[in-house]
Write a protein that binds this ligand. Structure first.
Ligand SMILES: Nc1ncnc2c1ncn2[C@@H]1O[C@H](COP(=O)(O)OP(=O)(O)OP(=O)(O)O)[C@@H](O)[C@H]1O
Ligand SMILES: O=P(O)(O)OC[C@H]1O[C@H](OP(=O)(O)OP(=O)(O)O)[C@H](O)[C@@H]1O
Length: 207
């Protein structure tokens, strides 16, 4: 059996994907003890997990240090990396939307958009014919309109709770997001049997 290295984000995606892999019949410990270790080896299954920042998962996969990865569609849309998207796992579902303070229009000259997704935001506003200035932030995006840093934000919405609790409303839904199984193109050829088996087994567990 050929060894597989799988890169995954540490947080919510790992938790959901790990359960899915167990449901798919992989012999993984009942619970992973969350330590500071950034690599988890499962010798019985010849699998190693690399625990990464969400935005870094496609980087590991594109460079081939991970054969497989699990990444949010948001990250894949933002980065356009050379990886194969194999399967929609339908976990960590949410969407990307534009939002802002209620009853406000955007500044007519170069409205400012705060976001963690500069490429997605730029493409969206270009598509609707708005010339905007992007302000790139790394988190707590919902703060920006409240404190006068931006006219709008482009960010992830799931329950809508963060928008609501920060006095913002959604203006437009931009893209649907869920986690995808991705593969390095060379690994996909060299380890095709192993990867195909993983896809077939996971497919049966998609809800
Ligand atoms: N509120 C949410 N509900 C469901 N899925 C989400 C939500 N927020 C983000 N996601 C999805 O989960 C992925 C990882 O997000 P997560 O919140 O775990 O990390 P992060 O806070 O962006 O990362 P970090 O703080 O480590 O840089 C995102 O790329 C997206 O696909
Ligand atoms: O609609 P909701 O259910 O409230 O979820 C949306 C929030 O979840 C994500 O933030 P996260 O918790 O990852 O924190 P972040 O600000 O560090 O990105 C996202 O950036 C939103 O802020």
């Amino acid at each position: 059996m050929k060894a597989l290295t799988i890169a995954m984000p540490k947080g919510r995606i790992f938790e959901e994907a790990y359960v899915m892999l167990q449901e798919a019949g992989f012999n993984l410990p009942e619970e992973v003890e969350m330590t500071r270790k950034l690599m988890i080896e499962i010798p019985e299954e010849q699998i190693s997990f690399i625990l990464a920042k969400p935005m870094d998962v496609p980087v590991y996969v594109e460079h081939g240090v991970a054969d497989i990865g699990i990444a949010g569609k948001d990250v894949l849309l933002e980065q356009a990396r050379t990886v194969h998207e194999l399967l929609d796992l339908k976990i960590s579902e949410c969407y990307i939307a534009s939002a802002g303070l209620p009853n406000t229009t955007m500044n007519e000259i170069a409205p400012r958009i705060a976001t963690k997704y500069p490429n997605i935001a730029m493409k969206y506003y270009k598509g609707i014919g708005e010339q905007v200035e992007i302000i790139e932030l790394n988190g707590s995006i919902e703060l920006a309109p409240m404190i006068g840093l931006s006219d709008r934000i482009v960010d992830i919405v799931s329950t809508g709770r963060t928008l609501k609790e920060n006095g913002l409303i959604e203006y437009e839904r931009i893209a649907e997001v869920s986690s995808r199984l991705i593969a390095n193109p060379v690994s996909y050829r060299m380890k095709s049997e192993r990867i195909q088996d993983l896809v077939t087994r996971l497919k049966k567990c998609v809800k």
